[in-house]
Design a protein around this ligand. Structure first.
Ligand SMILES: [Zn+2]
Length: 327
């Protein structure tokens, strides 16, 4: 086996609409990558086949063969049990699939897996905005709100491996309906779906006009982060109100994480943050300052934008494989 800096690792991010693969070294440098889109709710065997094809495409770009890979890490939108079972991935329609065993058999590498937001947080901890921090909370603002928690270099997901679900903590009694079925979740306000339902209400119930209607052909649930950023920068009143409200709620989520955990770093990532990050950060921080306790915990927490962009999950998965396998 090769040693030291010449080892290579594969990270796969299995998302709700895409599969992304990186070939990385132990310092987080990317030597090759590939991405394949899909339409969601795809069966497990199909995803395995597409993932293997993406791995081979990424290896080609890196000019590496399968034999030169030391280990594989996978990030998937599901709780992951220690035996590598993905318990439930609502966005993909999976129940109890043997994620690690199947990929290990297909590709022949030592294989490890983590929940995608845990992997993203771990990636930011190893290579991005949370380096050298003892406790890192990651909050990822995309279609939903994903959360992850890393402490002393380990992913903390609770004793049943299904915890750290920051997006489904409640911020409003009897509030908006969330994708999980409950009401008043952080995700129902601070995610792209929360923004979409605010905009739809303004247009359909309050009779307001917004450039977002044209940018998404009236299908607000399909609003892209880039469209939100465009309307926000153009100071479209409905877009500004919707996004400011989401930022205020994200600030509550940040405050709750500070109050519970007093982490040294909270990393904010995800598609909406990538598109709007620096425009939103001050508002999120000031909402967090008002809502967190004690003031000393707010002062001791650094709230930062993610650095790894949409590579966070794949790189974090590779880093998780390096750590778990002690490569
Ligand atoms: Zn929920």
């Amino acid at each position: 086996m090769e040693s030291g800096n010449s080892q290579f690792f594969v990270g796969i991010d299995i998302g709700g609409t895409k599969i992304q693969v990186v070939i990385a070294d132990r310092h987080g440098a990317i030597h090759g990558e590939a991405r394949k889109k899909h339409k969601g709710a795809v069966d497990f065997e199909w995803v395995v086949g597409r993932s293997v094809a993406a791995v081979d495409a990424a290896l080609d770009k890196a000019k590496l063969g399968r034999k030169e890979i030391s280990a594989l890490g996978i990030g998937a939108p599901s709780p992951i049990l220690p035996d590598g079972t993905a318990v439930h991935a609502p966005n993909l329609g999976w129940q109890n699939v043997p994620l690690v065993a199947t990929f290990a058999q297909e590709l022949g590498w030592p294989t490890y897996a983590a929940n995608d937001c845990d992997a993203g947080t771990f990636g930011e901890h190893r290579f991005g905005a949370g380096q050298a921090a003892q406790t890192v909370v990651g909050l990822f603002m995309g279609t939903g709100i994903g959360g992850g928690l890393v402490r002393n270099g380990e992913i903390l997901a609770g004793d049943n491996y299904q915890g750290a679900e920051f997006g489904h903590t409640k911020v409003q009694v009897g509030g908006q309906r969330c994708g999980c079925g409950a009401r008043g979740c952080l995700e129902a306000y601070a995610s792209k779906l929360g923004i979409a339902s605010f905009v739809a209400h303004q247009v359909n119930c309050e009779g307001r006009e917004t450039m977002l209607t044209e940018l998404c052909d009236g299908d607000y649930r399909s609003l892209r982060s880039s469209a939100l950023a465009k309307a926000y920068r153009a100071t479209d009143a409905v877009a500004v109100a919707a996004i400011d409200q989401a930022a205020d709620y994200l600030g509550i989520g940040v405050a709750n994480a500070i109050t519970l955990l007093a982490p040294s770093v909270i990393v904010l990532g995800g598609g909406v943050i990538e598109a709007l990050g620096s425009l939103l950060l001050n508002r999120v921080v000031s909402a967090a300052e008002q809502a967190s306790w004690p003031p000393g915990s707010f002062a001791d927490t650094s709230i930062r934008l993610a650095k790894l962009g949409d590579h966070a999950v794949a790189l974090g998965a590779a880093a998780w494989a390096i750590q778990r396998g002690q490569f």
